[in-house]
Design a protein around this ligand. Structure first.
Ligand code: SAM
Length: 274
């Protein structure tokens, strides 16, 4: 069985070929012998062999059936490795990660076309994770590590920032992949927090408020909130005054703590509206 078929653009198949970078990624993932590791999109296995050598348990999720079959064959004698031939956006991640009490170390060179969606899936299971080492498009990484009032600051920055410490580790240039992508990539380390960075009350309300605030970037916060479903029935001025936030500001200038204040107030004063 071979893994050498032409890479599929539709599945974001930019395979790592630079051995130095592969070793740097493995080093930054800090795999311990009793770690349970999840690799999303093992591809041709640039990282997988290293992970299988180091981890106590390894689960691979690969959507390309031929590559999933290749890995099943490669690891058929290793009972510590399981291959799931599926779309990571459709599997029940919480169920997969519940097979052990150990928290999971996630390692992935993510397909760029779905990386943000995958991040949101991983956010849903943050309490099952010990660490994540993810390759993302540099621009997506910059967004995650961005402070308020920068053009990159956005929904992902705030929502993931609630539950993770995020550190950009190093840049990976296009030449390290086959085929080469058009842009730089970055390796980021995510450390899950035991408690959220701020008390947001109901997390669904927090998500709605953050999304509403960024929905029309040129409008003021008061205007964005006026049309937001999540605060239906609540006067935006009352909300903003109660939280001591100037409604003439734009959503992108609010810190995570300020979003948390809005969400907590809504949770406590309009709990049935989200
Ligand atoms: N880990 C390999 C490497 O570093 O060389 C491959 C990385 S490549 C950027 C992304 C991998 O994710 C590919 O193997 C692709 O087939 C797989 N993939 C794409 N979409 C997927 C999905 N929805 N679910 C699971 N795997 C997916």
């Amino acid at each position: 069985m071979s893994s050498n078929r032409r890479p599929l653009k539709s599945l974001g198949q930019n395979f790592l070929v630079d051995q130095n970078i592969i070793e740097k990624i493995i080093h930054s993932a800090n795999i311990q012998p009793d770690d349970a590791v999840l690799e999303i999109g093992p591809g041709r296995g640039a990282l997988t062999g290293h992970l299988a050598q180091r981890a106590g348990r390894l689960v691979l999720i690969e959507f390309d059936h031929a590559l999933a079959a290749y890995h099943r064959d490669c690891h058929k004698d290793n009972e510590r490795v399981t291959v799931i031939d599926a779309d990571v956006l459709k599997v029940d991640l919480a169920a997969i990660l519940s097979e052990t009490d150990r928290k999971w170390n996630v390692v992935a060179n993510l397909p760029y076309n779905i990386s943000t969606e995958v991040l949101f899936r991983l956010l849903e299971v943050h309490d099952r994770l010990s660490r994540m080492t993810l390759m993302l498009q540099k621009e997506v990484g910059d967004r995650l590590a961005s402070p308020p009032d920068c053009s990159q600051y956005g929904v992902t920055t705030v929502l993931l920032g609630l539950w993770f410490d995020i550190r950009r580790n190093f840049i990976v240039p296009p030449g390290c992949f086959h085929p080469s992508p058009k842009v730089d990539s970055a390796i980021l380390n995510f450390t899950p927090l035991l408690n959220p960075r701020a008390d947001v009350g109901d997390e669904n309300i927090f998500k709605y408020v953050v999304k509403a605030a960024f929905s029309m970037r040129r409008k003021t916060l008061a205007n964005c909130l006026k049309s937001a479903e999540c605060i239906k029935g609540v006067d935006p001025e009352l909300l903003l005054n109660s939280c001591n936030i100037d409604g003439r500001r734009r959503g992108e200038t609010l810190s995570l703590e300020e979003f948390a204040r809005l969400s907590l107030w809504l949770t406590e004063n309009a709990p049935s509206n989200a």
